[in-house]
Design a protein around this ligand. Structure first.
Ligand SMILES: Cc1ncc(C[n+]2csc(CCOP(=O)(O)OP(=O)(O)O)c2C)c(N)n1
Ligand SMILES: [Mg+2]
Length: 396
C-alpha cells in the first residue's frame, strides 16, 4: 500500500463503501488513524476492534497484506466466515497462507481504482454496511488500546511514546527497532500520513532503528526523524551515530530503556514462570552498562536522560530544539510494563487478552449493543476477570 502510493485511492474506496479498515504493522499510516472507520492494527498486539473485526467479518479485502502468522494467529481458526479478496503485486503471496476466493495480481494503486469503479457500477451503498459499522465502532469505543501505570511515579514506556508522538506530531518520521518499544510505537503514536513509520516488520531486525532513521533523514532532511529504540536494539548499531555525526545527519534517538530484552522478558513472565534467563541487560537497573548519555557524548551527540514522568515533555522539547547534531535521550522506564492486547503465539485470535488472564468483557459491550438492537455474535469468546496486576492492564 505504501510502496504503491495508494493511500488516496484507499481513502476514496473506504469513503465510498463505508467498510471499516485495519492497518497492519507495515501499513501504519497508509490510512489516517484519526479516521472514524479506522479500527487500529490487527494481530498479536492489535486492538480488540481490529482483531475481532477480521475474526467476525464475512468479507476481507486484503490489499498488499500477506496474512502473516502474527496477524492471523492460528491460521485454521482465522476469520472462519470470511470470503477473501486478495490483491498483491507478487503472485507468490496469493493463497500462500489463506486461500483467496478472488485473487488479484497487480499494483495496489491501479487495483483499488478498479475496485472502486466496480463497486460503484455495481451500486454498492454505504447503507449496506451500517450495522457492521455500528458493531465494529462499538468495539473500538469499548476497548481502546491503553495502559495503566502502577502506583507511584514510575515512568511508563507507553507514556513516553505517546508524548513523543504528541509533541513531534504527524509530520515527523518514527522508526522503532524490534521488541516491546516497537509495538508501543505502532500502538501509541497517531499516524496520519504514509511514510511516517518505518519498520523492519516480519524480518524482526534488531538494530534497524538507528541506520534506518539515518536513511530517512538523508532522504527527507527537513523532517524530524525519531529513532525509537530499545536498550537491546540500540546496542547492535549505535556505532552508526558516528556516521551521523561525521556526515551531519541530525537524527533523534529515544531509547526506551527498560534494562531488558523486554519482549523476551514479557514471554518469560507470561509463559516461562518468570524465569528471566539472559534478558537482564544491566543498562539501568542496578548499573548502567553502558551509560547511554556518556556513549552519546563520546560520539559527539547530545545525550540527555529522563527518569520521571514530569520531565518527559521538557526533555523531548529540548531534543526538538537541537538540530545541528544527533540527540540521544535515555528514557529510563518501568521494566515490568507489558504489551497489551495480546494473542498468545499459535492460538486463535478469538482468545485475545487485554491484560494477563483477562479477556475483553464482551457482556458489557453486548448490553450496549442490544440496546442498539445489534447482535455482535460473540459465541465462543470467553470472558475473563480484571487483572490484579497493576503493571499489566491493557485498558485505561
Ligand atoms: C538480531 C535479533 N536478535 C534477536 C531477536 C529476538 N528479539 C526480538 S525482540 C528482542 C528484545 C529486544 O530488546 P530491546 O531492544 O531492549 O527492546 P524491548 O523489547 O525491551 O523494548 C529480541 C532479543 C531479533 N528480533 N533480532
Ligand atoms: Mg529493552
Amino acid at each position: 500500500m505504501i510502496r504503491a502510493r495508494a493511500h488516496e485511492e484507499l481513502l476514496a474506496f473506504v469513503e465510498a463503501t463505508g467498510i471499516p479498515v485495519v492497518t497492519t504493522l507495515m501499513a501504519r499510516g497508509a490510512f489516517p488513524d484519526s479516521h472514524d472507520l479506522h479500527l487500529g492494527m490487527p494481530g498479536m498486539h492489535g486492538s480488540v476492534a481490529a482483531v475481532t473485526a477480521l475474526q467476525k467479518s464475512d468479507l476481507i479485502v486484503a490489499l498488499g497484506a500477506r496474512f502473516d502468522d502474527r496477524v492471523t494467529g492460528d491460521l485454521k481458526s482465522f476469520a472462519p466466515e470470511a470470503k477473501i479478496v486478495h490483491a498483491d503485486i507478487d503472485p507468490a503471496e496469493i493463497s500462500k497462507n489463506r486461500t483467496a476466493d478472488v485473487p488479484i495480481v497487480g499494483d495496489c494503486k491501479a487495483t483499488i481504482a478498479d475496485l472502486l469503479e466496480a463497486v460503484t457500477s455495481a451500486g454498492v451503498q454505504r447503507a449496506a454496511y451500517q450495522a457492521w459499522r455500528e458493531t465494529t465502532l462499538g468495539w473500538k469505543a469499548t476497548f481502546p488500546v491503553g495502559y495503566t501505570a502502577p502506583e507511584g511515579d514510575a515512568l511508563m514506556p507507553q507514556y513516553v511514546i505517546e508524548r513523543l508522538g504528541a509533541i513531534a506530531g504527524p509530520e515527523a518520521v518514527y522508526v522503532p527497532g524490534v521488541g516491546q518499544h516497537q509495538m508501543w510505537t505502532a500502538q501509541f503514536i497517531q499516524y496520519e500520513r504514509p511514510m511516517s513509520f518505518a519498520n523492519s516488520g516480519g524480518l524482526g531486525t534488531m538494530g534497524y532503528a538507528v541506520p534506518a532513521a539515518m536513511g530517512a533523514k538523508v532522504a527527507d532532511p527537513d523532517r524530524v526523524v525519531w529513532a525509537i529504540d530499545g536498550d537491546g536494539c540500540f546496542q547492535m548499531t549505535n556505532q552508526e551515530l558516528a556516521t551521523c555525526v561525521i556526515n551531519n545527519i541530525p537524527i533523534k534517538v529515544a531509547i526506551i530503556n527498560n534494562s531488558s530484552l523486554g519482549m523476551v522478558r514479557q514471554w518469560q513472565t507470561l509463559f516461562y514462570n518468570e524465569r528471566y534467563s539472559n534478558t537482564d541487560l544491566h543498562t539501568s537497573v542496578g548499573s548502567r552498562v553502558p551509560d547511554f548519555v556518556k556513549l552519546a557524548d563520546a560520539y559527539g551527540c547530545v545525550g540527555l536522560r529522563c527518569e520521571r514522568p514530569e520531565d518527559v515533555d521538557a526533555t523531548i522539547r529540548k531534543a526538538m530544539e537541537i538540530n545541528d547534531v544527533p540527540v540521544v535521550i535515555d528514557f529510563v522506564v518501568e521494566r515490568d510494563a507489558m504489551v497489551w492486547p495480546m494473542v498468545a503465539a499459535g492460538v486463535s485470535n478469538d482468545l485475545i487478552q487485554i491484560a494477563k488472564d483477562t479477556a475483553p468483557q464482551w457482556d458489557r459491550e453486548e448490553d450496549d449493543a442490544s440496546e442498539q438492537g445489534l447482535d455482535p455474535d460473540h459465541d465462543g469468546i470467553p470472558s475473563g476477570q480484571h487483572s490484579s496486576d497493576p503493571h499489566s492492564s491493557g485498558q485505561h
